[in-house]
Design a protein around this ligand. Structure first.
Ligand code: HEC
Length: 120
């Protein structure tokens, strides 16, 4: 009986483990659908705040092109995209004196600019 129970436990664990594997792709399905516009407020602004600070944030003492608000940042969308696609060492590379943005971050910026720079 004991052996039967531990065999049962093992089988149960295997079933649970294989179910867990199968549900994994479902998490990527939870990502925003491709058709959805990239939002400045939800996606771009947090990225800029994390990576372009303090230089582009007057409230933090920065005095470069202002990325603080949608109104000011959206004037520089195309220029931002161009700069972050350069490589460190290239003239005009951004973020200055920082590592290159990840492919995902660049893709977010690209989608935002190419999708017409949606605010929300
Ligand atoms: C360490 C400071 C610093 C950081 C961090 C930084 N920048 Fe800059 N940025 C500058 C300086 C200085 C200039 C002006 C010189 C130039 O144009 O290269 C500038 C200029 C720019 C311009 C041109 C603005 C214009 O007037 O046309 C863009 C676009 C830009 N940065 C994008 C970014 C983006 C996007 C990030 C974050 C991913 C970033 N920068 C992070 C210092 C910084």
């Amino acid at each position: 009986m004991k052996q039967f129970l531990s065999a049962l436990t093992l089988i149960t664990l295997i079933v649970i483990a294989s179910c867990a594997k199968k549900t994994a792709p479902a998490t990527s399905a939870a990502e925003p659908p491709k058709a959805k516009a990239t939002s400045f407020t939800a996606e771009v602004s947090p990225l800029l705040q994390a990576k372009c600070t303090p230089c582009h944030f007057p409230s933090k003492g920065g005095n470069k092109a202002n990325f603080e608000t949608y109104a000011t940042a959206s004037k520089f969308g195309a220029a931002m995209l161009e700069r972050v696609q350069k490589n460190p060492g290239e003239r005009g590379f951004m973020p200055m004196r920082n590592p290159k943005l990840s492919d995902t971050e660049i893709a977010t910026l690209k989608k935002w600019v190419e999708g017409g720079m949606t605010e929300n």
